[in-house]
Structure formats: C-alpha cells, structure tokens
Design a protein around this ligand. Structure first.
Ligand code: HGY
Ligand code: MN
Ligand code: MN
Length: 414
C-alpha cells in the first residue's frame, strides 16, 4: 500500500511550528527542558495561543492552565471533541513528545476551518498542563483537573525545591482553589483523540509511518528510602556496616530481575540520591524512584508486591529501615473500539495499512477514559528513541500522522 497520501493539511506550516516551538527551553546539550508553571512553559503557551488565534479559534486557559482553542460546530452546545497533548517536557527531552499532538491537532482543526468542512460538534484543541510529572513526581495534572480527579493532596505535592503545585500555580497567576472549575461535566465530551510519537520501535520495524493505539500501560511510581548508618569509610569494618547504598543496589537488581521475568512488564529506577554523599562516608541514606508499568494491571501489581517483599527482606537482613511512598498509581486503559475503527477507516483511505499497537508510555487520555471514549494515533519514532535530544520523527511521517488525525476528527465531529 502507498505510504499515505497527504492532500489536506499544510505540512510546511506544521513543521515550521514544530521547529519554532522546540526552541523554547532549548538546552546547550541540544534537548528541550520545559517544566510546568515556568517561564518556558508560559512562552510556549503564548506562542501556541497566538497560532490558535491565527487559525480563527477562540482561545482560553482553564483554572489549571490547560490551553484551549475552540472551533464551534453546527450545534455549539453539542458534546465537544477534544484533541491535543502537552507542551511540558522531561529534562533535556526531545522536540516531538507532546508538541506533535498539540500542533498536529491545531493543524487539523485549522485545515477543517480553512476548507469549510462542516461538523456538528465543536472541536477543542488542548495543551494539557504538566503531563510528564517531571517537576512534581506525579503527572497528568491538567487532564486530572479536566476529569475532575485532581485532589487537594495533589496540590500539596512538592518539587525538588519544596515548591508545592499550588504555590507554583500561584506564581504564574493561577488560582489553585479554582481547579474544580476546570472539570468537564459527564456527557459534555464526545471523545478525546491524541496524536503522539510512538517512542518505541514497532512502527519502524513494520516500516509504517503511523499506527493505531489499542491501550495504554499504567505507570506506578514509588519512592524508596533506605535508611542505614553513615560512618567512616576507613575505620568501619565491613561486617559492622549499615550501608544504605549497598542495600539499595541489591533492591535495584531485584527490581530488574522481577520485571524481566514477565512478558511485557517494564521497571525503571530513574532517580537515585545518596546522603551524606562524601567520598569517605558510608551512605546513611539512599533514596530512589521506581517506575513500574504493564498493560495488565494485575500483572503490574503482582510484580509490585514481589518487589516490595524483596526490598523488605534485603533491608531486614542488613538491619536497615525501609520506607516506601506511592507517588502515582495510574491504571492501564483501553482505547475506544469505535475510535480505533474510525482511525482504521481513515488509514485505509490514505493507503496506510492500519497497524494496532499498545502504548508503553503514559498519556493524558488515561485520565479521561472515565469521562469519554479515548483514541490515540502514533507516528513512527527513529530507533524508538524518546525523552532525549535524539528523539526524531520525519516531516513526512509527522504530516501523515496529522492528515490521519484530520480525517479522524472530521468523522468523529460529525
Ligand atoms: O512517562 C511517560 O510515559 C510519559 O512520557 N509521560
Ligand atoms: Mn513523555
Ligand atoms: Mn508525551
């Protein structure tokens, strides 16, 4: 089959916007860092808001900072079709994770308006606040608020500098006590559709530019604190030590073994801090995070139980204390069969074989699955790389993904 005909959206406009946005938060290392409620995020939202206005959309931000561009349909009061993603990034991240979904939705809706395509339902392009969770160690703040599930506890979560979500919101002019107003009523959203880079290698292996997502693996984030005894590196015999880092290292290896024993489970220790942190001091405390995922919640939680047991046994055997804090627990979700079918029809129209695949990465749609049907489209990632500067999807593949999104939105909004 042909690799996908692009005869509606403006691929040059899409690409130039993607490259312009990627310069906001650019690091010397070549990556992008745009944390939520920061100057960089504000600059990114201002730029996208200006493009939304150029596209003829009515633009607003809700109480949690979600940026929304609306195109009314024939029935302005009909349930809205949401399409978008996020503008925040991981530290030193790539150009496409998030922005492709926001700017792709904008390009699709701008094309619908420019071509005078009639649609019954209003369509809203949305850039969700803080999807990544890179600043406050739990993510999807904007989509939780839109689903009405952001809690007062969430607003008290602190970043590495002790700044709470609420304080960070106030620092950019938002009112945390108003977040409830961002929630959408049941029945008010017809569907949520997101275009995103795959961040894996399935499409590349199948030599396909785009694919249809069947479901999203659920991320469980935990923080482990191993508490031993700091001591002199030179005078403390090995048998008398309570070395927190040595114990933590044993737990990290147990984490890897537990996940590797399953078919799809993945486990990552992405952050580790040792204190006091002197060359000649036995670590008294080792703190690390665990990101544990599977598309099957039962399997994920069984692996979690096993890891907790192993960690308790290792620390007990060494005479150390262990504290485990849950940072976020997001259940895996399935994408709507109806939306997957609409997407497959559009793919076939474009001459693309409709390949279905799960998402190992988490996405805002997970928070909306209780509110409305959710659907996701993936665009091929070069070597499956993401969350670092080498993240790359070609202009052609991005355009094919956006053309597919455009055709899907035209169908879903009618
Ligand atoms: O962590 C994730 O899966 C996503 O990139 N937020
Ligand atoms: Mn990401
Ligand atoms: Mn993302």
């Amino acid at each position: 089959m042909a690799s996908g005909s692009i005869n509606s959206i403006n691929k040059e406009r899409l690409w130039s916007r993607l490259m312009r946005l990627a310069e906001i938060g650019r690091q010397a290392s070549g990556g992008v860092t745009r944390m939520s409620f920061t100057r960089e995020e504000r600059m990114a939202k201002d730029l996208v808001a200006a493009w939304m206005r150029d596209a003829g959309l009515s633009v607003r931000e809700d109480a949690v900072g979600n940026l929304i561009g609306r195109l009314d349909g024939i029935h302005p009061d009909a349930p809205v079709v949401l399409a978008g993603s996020h503008l925040d990034s991981v530290p030193n991240g790539g150009n496409f994770d998030g922005p492709l979904g926001v700017l792709g939705a904008l390009e699709a809706v701008q094309t619908i308006r420019e071509q005078g395509i009639s649609h019954i339902h209003p369509i809203e392009v949305i850039a969700f606040t803080d999807e990544e969770g890179a600043r406050f160690r739990f993510g999807m703040i904007g989509s939780r608020a839109l689903a009405g599930t952001l809690t007062a506890d969430h607003l008290q979560a602190q970043d590495a500098d002790g700044v709470t979500v609420a304080a960070a919101m106030r620092s950019v002019g938002l009112s945390p006590d108003q977040v409830r107003t961002a929630a959408r009523a049941a029945g008010s959203v017809k569907a949520y559709v997101e275009l995103h880079i795959e961040q894996g290698r399935v499409l590349e292996a199948a030599n396909l530019p785009a694919g249809i997502v069947t479901g999203i693996a659920g991320p469980l984030w935990l923080r482990f604190r191993v508490l031993g005894e700091a001591g002199h590196a030179g005078t403390t015999p090995m048998r008398m030590r309570k070395d927190a880092l040595a114990a933590a290292a044993q737990v990290v290896t147990a984490v890897e073994t537990a996940a590797a024993g399953q078919e799809r489970t993945v486990a990552t220790v992405g952050q580790l801090a040792v204190s006091p942190g002197g060359v000649n001091i036995i670590p008294g405390c080792a703190e690390f995070t665990l990101d544990l995922r599977d598309t099957d919640e039962r399997v994920r939680d069984e692996v979690e139980r096993h890891i907790r047991q192993q960690a308790e046994a290792i620390c007990a055997q060494r005479g150390l204390r262990l504290e485990i804090e849950e940072l976020q627990r997001v259940p895996p979700v399935s994408c709507s069969a109806w939306l997957q079918e609409e997407m497959a029809t559009c793919a076939r129209e474009m001459g693309i074989q409709p390949l279905s695949l799960p998402s190992g990465a988490g996405h805002d749609g997970m928070q909306l699955a209780g509110l409305c049907p959710i659907g996701m489209l993936f665009v091929r990632s070069k070597n499956g790389i993401s969350h670092q500067p080498e993240e790359w999807s070609s202009p052609e593949d991005c355009a094919i993904g956006v053309e597919l999104l455009y055709r899907t939105l035209v169908r879903v909004a009618n």
